[in-house]
Design a protein around this ligand. Sequence first.
Ligand code: 1HN
Length: 366
Amino acid sequence: MTVSITPTGGPGQPDPSPELDELYRGFEKELLVPLWTEIGDLMPAEPRPAAVPHTWRWDALLPLAERAGDLVPVGRGGERRAIALANPGLGGAPYATPTLWAAIQYLRPRENAPEHRHTQNAFRFVVEGEGVWTVVNGDPVAMRRGDFLLTPGWHFHGHHNISDEPMAWLDGLDIPFSHSMGSTFFEFGPDRVSDTSAPDRSRSERLWAHPGLRPVSHTEPLPNSPIAAYRWEHTDAALADQLALEDEGHPGVLEPGHAAVRFTNPSTGGDVMPTIRAEFHRLRAGTATATRREVGSSVWQVFQGTGTARVGEREWRVGRGDLFVVPSWVPLTVTSDGELDLFRFSDTPIFERLNADRVHVEGPHQ
Ligand code: 1HN
């Protein structure tokens, strides 16, 4: 590894001279870099993320995942048939953003993906299909369309498909964050998921997923939500009720025509996991959101409906399953055609914890 110092000239910079060149070669030899040649890049007036706005089409992802299903086995070693979104601004790394991993994972009929655990936090979101159970610390959890499922860090987990149909879903993890911070641990579990029972509800849901009720045996705050699956019927009802309340003249929606809910940890009321925020948004037909910019990055997936996503200078028509990335501080506006449902996850809890979060909202563009 070498460093290379380039005089930048301009205000506050020393005049070029042979002595200055010699000083800079001395710095390079000792692996030293002065602030004054780097400050413009290191301290921009506002965030200048390396990640760029980008979209991935479900219609392109799914056939490739199916083909991977034909050609690539699932088992010990590779662990998962997961195919990551690589942001074009991040040098080919399998990272959607500098902190977040997003992948399509594919499991064929009767396949069984081995158990392991890692310190990265993970979730699944199901845009279509059913038939897979993910077993999290021994608790079998059904995966069905619209469900949001948690695998917090250091929980053993494996997946198995009990059905005659393949299933694809979205995986989200904080892998890039963990990798760049050097905080990753990983451990193999059994080579196959051994509990292949297929209960309708997980034990975690039976204990924790009753509205506004927590077991009195567990009153301490937990670092991760103990709810392994947030079911679509609850998310859908919460969004529908927000819009119905708006119709009746009562508050609750995020902004006119825009209902939004956040998945929370019932033991704290905070985010589901320490590094990942997850939300669901519903826009009435013909609604434009305000234009928001936020510190931290997010990934969105259209669940149903069609509309337009404008991210910075980019604009795409998006529909079911399509994913798009919003880098830090890049403005986002979403506009619906008919009713539009979107799942969103972000790294915001990291920045909130570090007191580095900022949000800027520009008036609605209705
Ligand atoms: C993992 O364990 C899963 O459990 C998905 O489904 C994606 C990417 C990197 C490392 C572990 C899963 C992963 C992963």
